[in-house]
Design a protein around this ligand. Structure first.
Ligand code: NAD
Length: 335
């Protein structure tokens, strides 16, 4: 089978490429990635000369390029490519609409034109908006995105749904909770806290630190997408989550404890506008219908993640310079 993976140089996409190459030696994977600030070919160094893997640098918004890839006989698409950082979407919403909405539409059109057998659209629980103190997001929860990022993802979800309803394209949509693990760009909470704590730098925590997210180790997200790609019922949405709800401050303190660093490094900063209070996901459908089970709980996952960041300091130190450094200053220095 020939599989097109978009955004495979990013955090989850690169974990997925590794996961699938190990698991399916008879498949060929084409990775289309524009290599924005979030894309990093270092994540894929170990498999760059694998004969079952081809990297193509380019944008999902480039319909000519996308068509040329489908002409090579792509049978399935797993679509990760996106602008993915909420804070950046507040600074620059337009690029989120271009990549996440228009880029998805270009891919859906090509998938339709070339009659692919499966199109997995990788989305997020953030499209459901914010929860109160109780309740969980199910696949029936109405979409109520609150940030330009989640609104652009919700727009792409609705397009994917419409291509199933209107054209019968074999689409699945997955909506996963917050991921963490190897290769995550150090602007997201967990790698940011690990990297800053190791450098004895301040650890910025939004608001009162009591926002709640459900956390899933990235490999468990990969195994869920693999199942959906092979067994998902066309047109269905699958929520993916780890039943690991934690406040942000709990996460920060857990990391400090494991690294033996003092809590004095914690610095509360002005809350993000429109900051959703709580996300919690009900993964019953994928568990019951496709037999998915995560392998990691939060404690084993965070331990593995910290170990990875300790063993791969060159990887994140190189990133924590240049353009990212300037962005980080702009985000946090004035607060
Ligand atoms: P990421 O930002 O680490 O990676 C995104 C990748 O997409 C990068 O490699 C980037 O270069 C590439 N890209 C961006 N614009 C592109 C374009 N126009 N054409 C081609 N490639 C482009 O993101 P991630 O955290 O790995 O998330 C991947 C997907 O999973 C996203 O769709 C995101 O919405 C979704 N998701 C993420 C999480 C999470 O916790 N990180 C949770 C649920 C869902």
């Amino acid at each position: 089978m020939k599989v097109l993976i978009t955004g495979g140089a990013g955090f989850i996409g690169s974990n997925f490429v590794h996961y699938m190459l190990d698991r399916y030696p008879g498949y060929h994977f084409i990775n289309l990635d524009a290599l924005t600030y979030a894309g990093n070919l270092e994540n894929l160094k170990a498999i760059q000369s694998n004969e079952n893997y081809t990297f193509v640098k380019g944008s999902i918004t480039d319909s000519k390029l996308v068509d040329s890839l489908f002409e090579q006989g792509v049978q399935a698409v797993v679509h990760f490519a996106a602008e993915s950082h909420v804070d950046r979407s507040i600074l620059e919403p337009d690029v989120f609409v271009k990549t996440n909405v228009l880029g998805t539409q270009v891919l859906l059109d090509a998938a339709r034109k070339y009659s692919v057998q499966k199109f997995v659209h990788v989305s997020t629980d953030e499209v459901y908006g914010s929860l109160g103190e109780t309740g969980l997001f199910t696949e029936e929860t109405p979409l109520a995105p609150n940030s330009p990022y989640s609104a652009s993802k919700a727009g792409s979800d609705l397009l994917a749904r419409a291509y199933f309803e209107t054209f019968g394209l074999p689409v699945n949509i997955t909506r996963c909770s917050n991921n963490y693990g190897p290769y995550q760009f150090p602007e997201k909470l967990i790698p940011l806290i690990i990297a800053n704590a190791l450098n004895d730098r301040p650890l910025p925590v939004y608001g009162d630190g009591l926002n709640i997210r459900d956390w899933l180790y990235v490999e468990d997200h990969c195994s869920a997408i693999d199942l959906v790609m092979h067994q998902g019922v066309n047109g269905e949405v699958y929520n993916i989550g780890g039943n690991n709800e934690r406040t942000n401050i709990h996460i920060v303190k857990a990391i400090l404890e494991q690294l033996g660093k003092p809590e004095i490094l914690i610095q509360f900063v002005k809350d993000r506008p429109g900051h959703d209070r709580r996300y919690g996901i009900d993964p019953t459908k994928i568990t019951k219908e496709l037999g998915w089970q995560p392998k990691h709980n939060f404690e084993t996952g965070i331990e593995a993640t910290i170990r990875w960041y300790l063993n791969n300091q060159d990887w994140w130190k190189r990133i924590q310079s240049g353009e990212y450094q300037a962005y980080f200053q702009e985000q946090y220095s004035s607060r």
